[in-house]
Ligand binder design. Structure first.
Ligand SMILES: C[S@@+](CC[C@H](N)C(=O)[O-])C[C@H]1O[C@@H](n2cnc3c(N)ncnc32)[C@H](O)[C@@H]1O
Length: 409
């Protein structure tokens, strides 16, 4: 029961305040002035030194550690793992977590249930056939979520084991429960409100999702543009790839930023892609409609040197190190000389993440089976080994870093 309460507190605190720590929210300046100042501080620093050769993280506050102390296996994480392996407790936590997650989002004016219902009652199912690549071989289980509470509500995409085979043959049933696996229409329908919750968690003082996205997504996309202009030798962007595009939110931002480019969204989940395609068809027409591809980012099958920008946002914390390395190598193969790779995800250097209490951090890890591997993987070194140069990391909001790099000319 105490663990349930801790988990629910964790959810509420992490969704309501990204600090997860009351002390850090004391004596804050008024919300609007804080948002303006963090945004301007970040960009003033970035604009002042656009072509420095050392990787830097500036603007938002870094902690003193290289990564949170509670990364890696600890006695506490072993205890939590043992507790949640007890099925009745796990079910209780999952139920509570889900309810808290939805109600917290709705308190922040994210119409979670309404958005989900709208997708589930739509014609989205018709999109699956044109999206799904039936010959795709899934990697070994990349991500299983213990609770459907994280912003992405992960899919379980394993080799064709019985569980996934059931979902594939039974995909027209729109009401798979998370209990039965996450490669479902429900996960796909909830992905967008969950993404909105992530933005509100990253920028807890924002008055609306739009304002939160303006900072979180705005800083990310400007970091990509700035890097490309500085290092590619040209500002021309003809082709953009979004690996792990989910339901197409990040892909939409990329397409808006580079309207003259052909933009491709690629994901392992055909359900997420079906939602992405369904929503794109109903959005404003684009000169080049976004192309959606059901494939593995580790081995896309797309032609070499065919993109100017490859973006991978909020994907790696869900991946084992093996997948991270393979995706970075694949991005190197796909980019043209001078092309830009942009990764965005949790920053191990984020002060807020480093200051989460051990219990909250461990609970968070217990919902994310590869979070530890992600924190322990040196993403910049992985990029360097793949052959990238001009590797720069920047905290683009209090929780997330954007790392950009170039394929040598
Ligand atoms: C958190 S979501 C991404 C959100 C989205 N990029 C955004 O910024 O809103 C992570 C996505 O990565 C996808 N994914 C994970 N591993 C992948 C892989 N090896 N290849 C392609 N997609 C992958 C998942 O299916 C999921 O849709």
């Amino acid at each position: 029961m105490a663990l349930t309460t801790s988990l629910q507190n964790y959810l509420s605190s992490s969704l309501i305040s990204a600090s997860g720590n009351a002390a850090t929210t004391a004596n804050k300046p008024p919300r609007s002035s804080m948002i303006t100042s963090v945004r301007m501080r970040h960009w003033a620093v970035h604009a002042a030194a656009p072509d420095t050769t050392t990787a830097s993280v500036e603007g938002f506050e870094e902690g003193v550690l290289v990564r949170p102390n509670w990364s890696g296996e600890t006695p506490l994480s072993r205890l939590v793992a043992a507790l949640i392996s007890f099925k009745p407790l796990y079910s209780l936590l999952k139920l509570g977590a889900r309810q808290v997650f939805i109600s917290t989002a709705e308190k922040k004016n994210i119409p979670w249930r309404e958005m989900t219902k709208e997708i589930l009652e739509s014609e989205v199912y018709k999109e699956l056939e044109s999206i799904q690549n039936n010959s795709l071989v899934y990697p070994d289980c990349n991500f299983l979520s213990f609770f459907p509470m994280h912003f992405c509500l992960h899919s379980c995409l394993c080799k064709f084991n019985d569980r996934v085979a059931i979902h594939f043959t039974d995909y027209l049933n729109p009401f798979h429960a998370y209990d039965e696996g996450n490669l479902t229409w429900l996960a796909a329908a909830e992905a967008e409100p969950a993404t909105m919750s992530m933005a509100m968690r990253a920028i807890p003082d924002a008055s609306s999702v739009d304002e939160a996205n303006e900072i979180m997504r705005g800083n990310w996309i400007r970091a990509i543009e700035q890097h490309h202009i500085t290092y590619s030798g040209t500002s021309t962007v003809r082709d953009v790839l979004d690996i792990g595009c989910s339901v197409g939110v990040s892909t939409g931002y990329l397409a808006d930023k580079f309207p003259m480019a052909k933009v491709t969204g690629l994901d392992l989940s055909p359900y997420f892609l079906a939602v992405a395609q369904y929503k794109a068809k109903r959005g404003l027409p684009r000169k080049y409609p976004i192309r959606w591809i059901h494939a593995n980012g580790e081995d896309t099958g797309l032609p070499a040197k065919s993109f100017d920008i490859v973006s991978i946002s909020y994907v790696f914390h869900e991946c084992p190190t093996r997948a991270i390395v393979n995706i970075v190598n694949e991005a190197f193969r796909l980019l043209r000389p001078g092309g830009t790779l942009a990764l965005t995800d949790n920053s191990p250097k984020s002060k807020i993440l480093q200051e989460l209490s051990p219990v909250l951090f461990t609970l968070m890890k217990s919902t994310e089976p590869f979070l530890d591997e992600y924190y322990l993987t040196d993403v910049e070194e992985t990029m360097r080994k793949a052959g990238f140069v001009n590797i720069k990391s920047l905290l683009t909001d209090p929780r997330h870093m954007t790392t950009t790099a170039t394929v040598p000319q």
